[in-house]
Design a binder for this molecule. Structure first.
Ligand SMILES: [Zn+2]
Length: 194
């Protein structure tokens, strides 16, 4: 039978302080502190940092691999002129979802000097409606007299590469933080419930 939490403890994966039913971290989402996580935190159901740092060590291994994979993607994006590319597009909301910018796979099908690349959603082949109306910016192109679709696509690949590079930098910060945590780790008392 599940016992009620009598203490709170710190998540080894994300650093959040949570209830400890049966001595383990309650299920929780990621904080926005590190920027690159999404979904349910992998520290859910695990021992708190006050008791163990084994999961912190695992998080460093995971983040190291993720960091390397992300840098590989950055290099690929910088070299690519593929017409299908990830672009940050404004997608209009629906009754249960707010509109907003999101990275979406698109295909470059045109270019105009006012708006940049003209794209369609690669999955549905429907012209993206939004910012608004299916234009993804590739502003490096404005001064050029003629812009090929390959150039427009390359510009979008560079934008996505910049986004991935920023993510890689966040992951590097996380690795440094988790590494320090392991270096100074020692058992500590749990937080009492308020
Ligand atoms: Zn967590």
């Amino acid at each position: 039978m599940a016992t009620k939490a009598t203490n709170r403890g710190t998540c080894q994966w994300c650093g959040r302080v949570q209830m400890l039913p049966n001595g383990r971290l309650a299920k929780h989402g990621y904080t926005t502190k590190w920027g690159f996580f999404s979904g349910v935190c992998r520290g859910s159901g695990e021992l708190p940092l006050e008791v163990s740092c084994d999961l912190v060590k695992q998080s460093i291994v995971w983040a190291g691999k993720t960091h390397a994979d992300t840098l590989d993607s950055v290099a690929l994006e910088r070299a690519s002129r593929d017409r299908v590319v990830m672009a940050s597009l404004y997608l209009s909301g629906s009754w249960n979802q707010r509109g907003g910018y999101t990275w979406t796979s698109v295909e470059v099908v045109g270019y105009d000097r006012i708006h940049g690349a003209v794209v369609v959603d690669a999955a549905t082949k429907v012209r993206v409606v939004g910012d608004r109306d299916g234009y993804a910016h590739c502003d490096a192109m404005y001064h050029l007299e003629t812009v090929t679709l390959d150039d427009a696509a390359a510009s979008l690949h560079h934008r996505y590469a910049d986004y991935l590079q920023a993510k890689a930098d966040q992951i590097a910060g996380y690795i440094a933080h988790q590494t320090r945590t392991v270096q100074v780790w020692e058992p500590r008392p749990l937080f009492p419930l308020k």
